[in-house]
Write a protein that binds this ligand. Structure first.
Ligand SMILES: *[C@@H]1O[C@H](CO)[C@@H](O)[C@H](O)[C@H]1NC(C)=O
Ligand SMILES: *[C@@H]1O[C@H](CO)[C@@H](O)[C@H](O)[C@H]1NC(C)=O
Ligand SMILES: *[C@@H]1O[C@H](CO)[C@@H](O)[C@H](O)[C@H]1NC(C)=O
Ligand SMILES: *[C@@H]1O[C@H](CO)[C@@H](O)[C@H](O)[C@H]1NC(C)=O
Ligand SMILES: *[C@@H]1O[C@H](CO)[C@@H](O)[C@H](O)[C@H]1NC(C)=O
Ligand SMILES: *[C@@H]1O[C@H](CO)[C@@H](O)[C@H](O)[C@H]1NC(C)=O
Ligand SMILES: *[C@@H]1O[C@H](CO)[C@@H](O)[C@H](O)[C@H]1NC(C)=O
Ligand SMILES: *[C@@H]1O[C@H](CO)[C@@H](O)[C@H](O)[C@H]1NC(C)=O
Length: 303
């Protein structure tokens, strides 16, 4: 763009640029972990079943479907494949679909080295996760593989911050586990740190877990806070079955409408004044999220 067009509307142009960038909602890849201890052979029934399973997952990522699990049974149990996808509770349908499609494209890519011929795999995006295995894993609390991500900025008063963080994460976990109206096990919560700082927390389980198992899983991830990001201004731990994230900025969508035909989950517990803020303020929140995600995080993985 020519410089003199900025001259007339500098702030406006900057804002438009920022908002356009923010609303271009591209799924953000985080990590994949493929079990290559057990591998399958090309052109076998297992591979055929896996391909069919992945395509059935992607074809079911339509409408308002945020979670879907399926099984491809073979003649022999060694040919059976289980799979699921889960979108983050606040992700709108179209972005959810795109995320699942991207994940499946990546998992299906047999020219990539990491997941080649893996009998089990999990892939995490910011917006969704996709998982398959030759082992039955539905309704099971799985805590491995796990990954952590931390915001490289630190808090100054670690002790009082940690107290508030644990309390708020625990409350968010209680609420996510209790929100099982046949809908998503997902909750967010905010807590005031000071007059000008707010803590934002989010927890989620795969909805095939019982409330008790969801809470147990969340106790596990929250227990990994000291492994993940002690003293950080933000961080997350992701298990296959559940995860948490916290930041000092609003990283989740606060005005997500309850999808039609699904019993409204308690997806947000902010006070009504915050919930009412829509439009530009949430767009700017997204913009902050995107830039900080790209610039401010260090990727750390563990087993
Ligand atoms: C698998 O089948 C395809 C098409 O039938 C063939 O081109 C390919 O060589 C086979 N690969 C192996 C490893 O057998
Ligand atoms: C969803 O997947 C199932 C197999 O699990 C398949 O039979 C069905 O056609 C898929 N639904 C859609 C809408 O594609
Ligand atoms: C989906 O998971 C549930 C357990 O939560 C299980 O009972 C059901 O059989 C699974 N569905 C398919 C199609 O595998
Ligand atoms: C598949 O993986 C290869 C090697 O990593 C990469 O070059 C290619 O772009 C990937 N294809 C798709 C469709 O993602
Ligand atoms: C994948 O997960 C396994 C099991 O937790 C772990 O041992 C391994 O280090 C992980 N691999 C990567 C590349 O993160
Ligand atoms: C935050 O703290 C960690 C460990 O306590 C330290 O390694 C890191 O350099 C700190 N980051 C900043 C930006 O000060
Ligand atoms: C949060 O819950 C864990 C167990 O899940 C417990 O050990 C811890 O004391 C709780 N912390 C607070 C501040 O409630
Ligand atoms: C659900 O909420 C109630 C209080 O409203 C609490 O006593 C209970 O422990 C919660 N259940 C779970 C599984 O967190």
């Amino acid at each position: 763009m020519a410089l003199n067009s900025f001259k007339h509307y500098p702030l406006f142009t900057f804002l438009m640029f920022t908002l356009t960038e923010a609303s271009s909602d591209v799924p953000i890849f985080l990590r994949e972990n493929c079990t290559t201890i057990e591998t399958f052979i090309s052109n076998t029934t297992f591979q055929f079943n896996l391909i069919t399973l992945l395509s059935s997952l992607s074809s079911n990522a339509t409408g308002n479907t945020q979670f879907y699990n399926t099984t491809l049974s073979g003649k022999s149990s060694s040919d059976t494949v289980y799979g699921l996808f889960l979108c983050r509770g606040d992700v709108p349908p179209q972005l959810c679909q795109q995320c699942v499609l991207n994940a499946i494209q990546r998992l299906s890519n047999q020219s990539s080295d990491t997941c080649k011929f893996a009998k089990s795999a999990i892939i995490w995006y910011d917006e969704c996760l996709v998982r398959y295995s030759n082992r039955y894993f539905f309704s099971t609390v799985d805590t491995r593989p796990r990954m952590r991500l931390r915001n490289t900025a630190n808090v100054s008063d670690t002790k009082s911050f940690l107290r508030l963080l644990y309390t708020t994460l625990n409350e968010t976990a209680d609420e996510a586990a209790n929100s099982s109206n046949g809908a998503k096990l997902y909750a967010t919560k905010q807590a005031k740190i000071s007059g000008f700082q707010t803590l934002y927390c989010m927890t989620q389980c795969t909805p095939d877990l019982s409330p008790q198992d969801c809470r147990r899983c969340l106790s596990g991830v929250i227990g990994d806070l000291s492994w993940c990001c002690p003293g950080s201004q933000g961080g997350r731990v992701l298990y296959p079955s559940c995860n948490f994230r916290y930041e000092l900025y609003p990283f989740y969508r606060m005005d997500s409408p309850a999808p039609e035909g699904i019993i409204s989950p308690t997806h947000s517990t902010m006070d009504k004044g915050e919930a009412g803020k829509k439009g530009i303020s949430s767009e700017i929140a997204t913009a902050t999220f995107v830039s900080i995600t790209v610039a401010g995080l260090s990727w750390v993985f563990g087993s």
